[in-house]
Design a protein around this ligand. Sequence first.
Ligand SMILES: Cc1cc2nc3c(=O)[nH]c(=O)nc-3n(C[C@H](O)[C@H](O)[C@H](O)COP(=O)(O)OP(=O)(O)OC[C@H]3O[C@@H](n4cnc5c(N)ncnc54)[C@H](O)[C@@H]3O)c2cc1C
Length: 369
Amino acid sequence: MPDLPKKQCTGCSACFGICPNGSIGMIADGEGFLYPAVDRAKCVGCRLCEDVCPVLRKPAAKDCQGTRVFAAWSLDGEVRRRSTSGGIFTELAKAVIGRGGYVAGARYDDAHLVGHRVIASEWDIPLLRQSKYVQSDMGAVFREVKELLEKGRPFLFAGCPCQVAGLLGFLGRDYDNLLLCDFICRGVNSPKAYKKYLESLEKQYRSKIRRVWFKNKTLGWNRFGTRIEFEDGTEYFADRDTDPFMRGYLNYNLYLRPSCSDCSFKGFPRHSDITLADFWGIRLRDGSVDEDGGTSLVMLHTQKGRELFESIRERIFQEEHTLGEALPFNQCAERSVLPGKYRDLFFREIDRSDFFELLHQIMEKSDGK
Ligand SMILES: Cc1cc2nc3c(=O)[nH]c(=O)nc-3n(C[C@H](O)[C@H](O)[C@H](O)COP(=O)(O)OP(=O)(O)OC[C@H]3O[C@@H](n4cnc5c(N)ncnc54)[C@H](O)[C@@H]3O)c2cc1C
């Protein structure tokens, strides 16, 4: 197991993937985050797990001197509406699958928990679409990516910056047919906190959840709407000021993974070919602003990234901008978010509390009521 302080481990699972005799398992801790655990009886001390750990041995980053920056969105209104930002991920995924390739990204399972999966059909792109504000379980996806890469077809891997670096560490080299896409990341939330939130909602609504949709644009891109649909046909909708889960994430920093508070993969240079994000604060060349439809910030770091973006030109609106226009509005590009004052209290109480009641108590304490 990598000799890494727990608070620096991102849970990328590269060590789990590389272990030649299955002596590493990924086990959830009391906060619900996955960490490697080694079976000493099986471990042969080969130290491959340390070689692939992207925190211990940072893989070579891309040369980002020539990074080009665009404001962009999909011209397909449904794709844009259903995506978190401007729907550029969907257009990139379509292009790769259209060339006979594969795409890996985060999807919900039947219990609405999040894990990485590989797809090869355009029909499956909606499964990967949209931000899921909880840490994605990587499972054995790195091994699958490697096997498929060796077939020589194009492969688009999308994930958090630490997952992209983890994949590069696991592979030990870049591949010509591999396109790496990360995003500006505020940090990933605890799967346990998220599960507790869903359980509280199911209790309140007395129905099982059918679908989770974060950053739903019913009230606009800026409002971070959360829409949850239940099997009995009812719906929950709340925005960034009223949904307790989003408030705990965005306002009170209650349940981010510890490594996200000192993230090793912020800023530049980056490990990806393309970085996607929200282009907050965008003012277009004609002086207009995004009327809340969602604008992607696209940063193209490499020739591979530029070629893929060029190939979707007909399907998108695009306008070139500068890093100087983009970064001031997106502090998470370069800075980690610190843990909130009541993070410890949250995790001390979560096992014996209802999510909504606990959040209510913490919000009252924080707001000095
Ligand atoms: C946890 C998280 C934090 C983020 N923080 C910021 C931020 O601070 N600032 C900012 O500008 N943008 C942030 N983003 C990115 C932003 O929300 C959009 O995902 C991005 O702009 C792409 O949008 P899109 O419309 O092109 O495609 P979408 O269809 O919305 O993008 C979906 C892509 O994100 C991947 N994805 C979704 N959830 C996860 C997950 N939990 N783990 C790994 N990959 C995932 C999917 O695999 C897919 O590739 C964050 C995203 C996530 C998941």
